[in-house]
Each structure stands twice: as structure tokens, then as C-alpha cells.
Design a protein around this ligand. Structure first.
Ligand SMILES: [Zn+2]
Length: 111
């Protein structure tokens, strides 16, 4: 009944945030200016992931008129100035959870 030993504990891939983010829910955020409704997720204070629906793209004037940088869905574009503001406010108020905050991470790891 000997269990195979792996490389040992503590060798988890903490470096890859994608895995951790996979089960983190997206939070709906509205652009106060154009009413664009996007799903957002903050993996840290500096990094925001935004999922644009077709409606949101059409609703956000700046999003439409800005030539998104090449990439999947033009995901590099964070939205108009107002949306950026809305995202910041949501994060500060706690409506949009910032995942890379120690208490939240520890709570998750200890489960
Ligand atoms: Zn907008």
C-alpha cells in the first residue's frame, strides 16, 4: 500500500495565476458613461480581466472607436476612461474582489 511519492510538498504551481483564476467568478461592472455591461475580474490591483459581450462592445463608444490591439477579443483594451473608473471604484468598494489580496488568498488556501 505504498503511495508513490511525488516531488514533495510545496511544489505547487503558485506561479500560474490562471489556475487560481479559473474558478474565480467574474463580477458584472457597468460603465457609468455608456452603460456598457462587462464581466470583470481583478487578479491583482494592477491586473484586470474584462470580458466584453457583443452588446457591451456596441454600447461603449470608446471601445468601438478604438482600434483594439491584436489579440484574442482585443482583450488588451480595458474599456473607456469611465469604465476604468467604474472598475477602480468597484474594486475599492469591494464590489469587485481583488483576488491577489492576502486575506482572500489565505482563506482560499486553508479550505
Ligand atoms: Zn464606456
Amino acid at each position: 500500500m505504498a503511495l508513490p511519492h511525488h516531488d514533495g510538498p510545496g511544489l505547487r504551481h503558485e506561479v500560474r495565476p490562471d489556475v487560481r483564476l479559473d474558478d474565480a467568478p467574474m463580477t458584472p461592472v457597468d460603465c457609468a458613461t455608456c452603460g456598457a455591461h462587462v464581466q470583470a475580474r481583478k487578479s491583482s490591483w494592477e491586473q484586470t480581466t474584462i470580458q466584453w459581450s457583443t452588446e457591451a462592445v456596441e454600447a461603449c463608444f470608446e471601445r468601438r472607436t478604438t482600434t483594439a490591439r491584436p489579440g484574442p477579443n482585443g482583450a488588451a483594451f480595458l474599456g473607456c476612461t469611465a469604465l476604468g473608473q467604474a472598475l477602480r471604484e468597484a474594486a475599492v468598494s469591494g464590489a469587485l474582489p481583488v483576488l491577489d489580496v492576502d486575506p482572500a488568498r489565505q482563506r482560499k488556501e486553508s479550505v
